[in-house]
Design a protein around this ligand. Structure first.
Ligand SMILES: NC(=O)c1ccc[n+]([C@@H]2O[C@H](COP(=O)([O-])OP(=O)(O)OC[C@H]3O[C@@H](n4cnc5c(N)ncnc54)[C@H](O)[C@@H]3O)[C@@H](O)[C@H]2O)c1
Length: 459
């Protein structure tokens, strides 16, 4: 039986809570009281652009452009109700004034010096936030050149097993909490991309993983030691890079045991962001795609690390995965089964952080007539990534206060390779991801979910 049309005749149908198995009865969200500590492995281009940006916004020097939590609204109820609060007024997020920052890096530069070297933000702007940035001095990193081959630095922990390193990180976190007075914390990996590895036996269960930490198992990456330390202390963890990190059964198990939310992998910023905007549109119109060639030049430290084939392989995997899922060649073989998809990244120092991404897309339409689309995205990598870092730390903290644990698929919106529950494929279509994110917020607050099903034609 069709549901009754809305008396107000909106072009969408609002799903009543009773129709859903999900119950909002038990979503109790603890208030965002006290300071929120943001722990960041990797004080590089993305993290310093994020921290400098938050400090600039706090001082009224700039707008938080690109941040959903700060700028976006959310529609509630029927369109006739006219209820569209800002997300930050709808869910209890930590205030920017309550954020405190700390991090680790293999280099000793404080966040101000690192930001100057990254050459993302102009010096006059950095000068105005010099004080808080200079106060952020990176703690000694857990680092292994087997995992990041193109860089090396002096600010690295020495001695002991991988379990000892995890303990040292936990000590760092306790000290950070003591010195900042943070009441809650979130960790987000903004470190370099580690070489490509698949999960092995040591990643299968928490017991195996802890045994591997004790025995210095070579398959455990530094980012996984950070993730372990965070989760063990009940701190939510997000991974902005494509390497596995928390995306391994043992760490998912730990997150669930400790009631901690996690998410990843690989911030969806430049070219892949474009891809996940365009591909759903082409598919929506049942237009065929025979080739998609993507190439990039970038000259920052990230580009230097990605120049190593092992690190590039991690990036290539996440960048290639999106089209297959969006276009569904199994369901539409005539349109997409022969798609030739290639991704290249070239390190080109003159460009610094100002990446250029080209896409040549060969498509075909009615009667198989070919057409081409060219995209030349002159973007700024860290300018696109910084607001994602902000949203992720605020949403993860919210999820933690709402008692949500394990993989947070509703945050797929932010990632190139979203983590999913075992056996599920990741959702890459950015519009579905946004709907899922907003519906999750509605659900948290006991509001009706929105499906956009129009039934006014029955009036
Ligand atoms: N900027 C974007 O648009 C974007 C998009 C997706 C993913 N990412 C990923 O985000 C990460 C950060 O990017 P970035 O441009 O800031 O790179 P970056 O090179 O400027 O900064 C990374 C920092 O991590 C440090 N580092 C490496 N290994 C470490 C370890 N084990 N512990 C502590 N610090 C460590 C490096 O010394 C470096 O300072 C990279 O993995 C990148 O691939 C960036």
């Amino acid at each position: 039986m069709l549901p009754a049309a809305d008396s107000a005749g909106p072009a969408c149908r609002v799903v009543r809570k009773e129709e859903l198995i999900l119950s909002t009865e038990n979503v109790r969200i603890a208030p965002a009281e006290g300071k929120l500590g943001i722990l960041i492995p990797g004080i590089g281009a993305v993290s310093t652009t994020f921290i400098a940006g938050v400090e600039a916004v706090k001082r009224g020097l700039a707008e938080p452009v690109g941040s959903l939590t700060q700028l976006a609204t959310i529609r509630l109820g029927k369109r006739t109700e006219g209820r569209t609060p800002r997300i930050k007024d709808f869910v209890p997020l930590a205030s920017l004034n309550d954020l405190v920052f700390g991090g680790w890096d293999i280099y000793e530069d404080n966040a101000y010096q690192a930001a100057l070297k990254a050459r993302v933000l102009d010096e006059p702007l950095l000068e105005q936030v010099k004080e808080p940035l200079s106060a952020i001095k990176p703690m000694k990193a857990v680092f292994d050149r087997e995992y990041v081959r193109r860089i090396d630095g002096p600010n690295v922990k020495q001695g002991g097993s991988k379990m000892d390193y995890a303990e040292m990180l936990m000590d760092d976190i306790r000290n950070f909490q003591k010195s900042t007075g943070a009441s809650r914390m979130v960790m987000i990996w903004c470190g370099s991309t580690e070489v490509f590895r698949r999960p092995t036996q040591v990643h299968q269960t928490l017991k195996d993983f802890e045994c591997g930490l004790q025995k210095n198992d070579p398959d455990i990456a530094p980012s996984q030691i950070y993730a372990y330390a965070a989760l063990k202390m009940g701190i939510p963890y997000a991974n902005g890079a494509p390497n596995l990190s928390a995306d391994a059964p043992a760490l998912v198990e730990l997150a669930r045991d400790r009631q901690v939310p996690i998410c990843g992998k690989d911030f969806k910023t430049g070219q892949t962001f474009m891809k996940t905007l365009l591909a759903p549109g082409l598919k929506a119109r049942m237009l065929g795609v025979s080739g998609w060639f993507s190439t990039n030049i970038l000259g920052n430290r990230d580009g230097e690390v990605l120049d190593d084939p092992g690190s590039f392989k991690s990036k290539e995997e996440t960048k290639l995965s999106v089209l297959e899922q969006i276009l569904q060649p199994d369901l539409y073989p005539n349109l997409y089964k022969d798609l030739y998809h290639l991704v290249r990244i070239n390190y080109y120092p003159p460009r610094g952080d100002a990446k250029e991404g080209w896409d040549n897309i060969d498509i075909f339409g009615w009667l198989n007539y070919p057409m081409q689309i060219k995209i030349d995205f002159l973007c700024r990598d860290s300018i696109l990534a910084a607001p994602l870092v902000l949203d992720l730390v605020l949403f993860l903290d919210l999820a933690q206060r709402a008692g949500m644990r394990g993989i947070q698929e509703w945050l797929s919106f932010y990632f190139k390779a979203p983590m999913t529950a075992p056996g599920l494929y990741p959702e890459h279509d950015i519009f579905i991801q946004l709907m899922k994110l907003k519906n999750t917020l509605r659900w948290m607050r006991g509001e009706d979910l929105i499906t956009h099903l129009g039934l006014e034609y029955y009036d």
